[in-house]
Ligand binder design. Structure first.
Ligand SMILES: Nc1nc2c(ncn2[C@@H]2O[C@H](COP(=O)(O)OP(=O)(O)OP(=O)(O)O)[C@@H](O)[C@H]2O)c(=O)[nH]1
Length: 174
């Protein structure tokens, strides 16, 4: 809701399975978005599996003040992995430092292990951070939809491989 309306609505009536529609421009590309806000409470696996059928990407949020929500992440990631969709892990409520139960490093480490993007932010405090997380996911999704040689990740892999090769041959010259 913060991403779509720019406003932080502290308490809102969280209806199940509501799809929001909006548009964004990311890297000069206009993108139409459909966003499904999953509550993931009682019947999370079932609603997640249904959404896997149409979602191109996921923002997976946990609260830094609730370790249990962090511990749920690997299980949810496994479900998302079935479809190889793009994922950005978001550590929310960074404004509540006093109640912190999950460190930033733990979040970063988990995202590295799970090979997904990572952001720590406060939805309450920063619309810009929320927008950046959304844009990061949109970029990942757009990149995944491009033909392989045009993908940013593919080009980075090629660049790294070339750099390694060049470094090796330079070393051999010495
Ligand atoms: N302090 C603070 N509170 C937040 C933040 N984000 C959400 N909240 C509060 O956390 C509660 C849950 O927010 P929701 O937007 O309903 O998030 P949810 O993912 O549905 O979370 P749950 O209802 O806890 O499952 C609400 O009372 C929000 O006001 C944040 O960044 N900082």
């Amino acid at each position: 809701v913060r991403f779509i309306t720019r406003r932080f609505i502290g308490e809102y009536d969280h209806k199940k399975e509501v799809t929001y529609r909006c548009s964004r421009v990311v890297d000069q590309e206009a993108v139409d978005l459909e966003i499904l806000d999953l509550a993931c409470k009682d019947n999370c696996a079932a609603s997640l599996e249904a959404s896997l059928r149409w979602a191109d990407g996921f923002l997976l949020l946990y609260s830094i003040t609730q370790r249990l929500s962090f511990l749920e992440v690997p299980r949810l990631k496994k479900l998302i992995d079935q479809t190889k969709q793009s994922l950005v892990l978001v550590a929310n409520k960074a404004d509540l430092e006093i109640g912190r139960e999950v460190t930033t490093e733990e979040g970063q480490r988990l995202a590295k292990d799970l090979r997904c993007g990572f952001r720590e932010l406060s939805v309450a405090e920063s619309f810009l951070a929320v927008e950046a997380a959304g844009s990061q996911l949109i970029r990942l999704v757009l990149d995944q939809q491009r033909p392989l040689p045009d993908r940013r990740s593919y080009m980075l892999t090629v660049r790294h491989a070339l750099t390694r090769k060049l470094t090796r041959s330079k070393t051999m010259q010495w």
